[in-house]
Ligand binder design. Sequence first.
Ligand code: PEP
Length: 233
Amino acid sequence: MKKLHIVGNWKMSLNKEDSLKLAHNIKLINNKDNLNIEVAPTSLYLAEIAEILQDSDISVISQNFDFQNLGSFTGGICLDQLKEIGVNKTILGHSERRSNFNESNEQINNKLEIILNSDLDVIFCFDSYEQVPFDILSTNLKDNSKLKLTLAYEPTWAIGTGKTASIEHIEEIHTKVKETLEENMLQEIPILYGGSVNSSNSKEILDTNNVDGVLVGGASTKIDQLLGIVNSI
Ligand code: PEP
């Protein structure tokens, strides 16, 4: 049975009280063998939530990072700091980082090279086939490090809009990406879909060919929705 991934991106949607409450509720989820569940709280509460969830079946990841090492970069977050608080994975290249924080393809691809050569794992978001840097992947992913990377197809128009891509469209893009990964001997890399996933549409999306999981924004901040998605598997 193939392994599926459910990743919750809490964005900047919850205050401290609601973030901690959600973490305590999530801690009670009993995971299934074929399922990997991760949540990405806002960076302010990462350390506290990583501690709450440390003995649970749920992993805590970051929404972004700026640099590899400590340094004079006001407002930044580095990989060393994430590791120090027990966070070993991060999302990178989310469309909201690209549009609201002006992160360019070049900056994001530079960060991708940094993280692929570090101890941490990464979920790289792309909103078109052309945005996947296959050259960087094939140069930087060696045999024993292929599973450091997860890709997430997130069409920008479907993020937070309530409009989900059709199953045919999701399958078409995922299959095209998977075929190019195969040409580069990288077919093990999981590909998630993100864009208005909720407990009503998750089963159909997760049953789609070449979909290895979902990256969920708004619905992942509501415990009933998150449980509905987990139980749809
Ligand atoms: C996301 O933030 O990655 C996302 C897919 O958001 P939403 O599920 O709210 O569309």
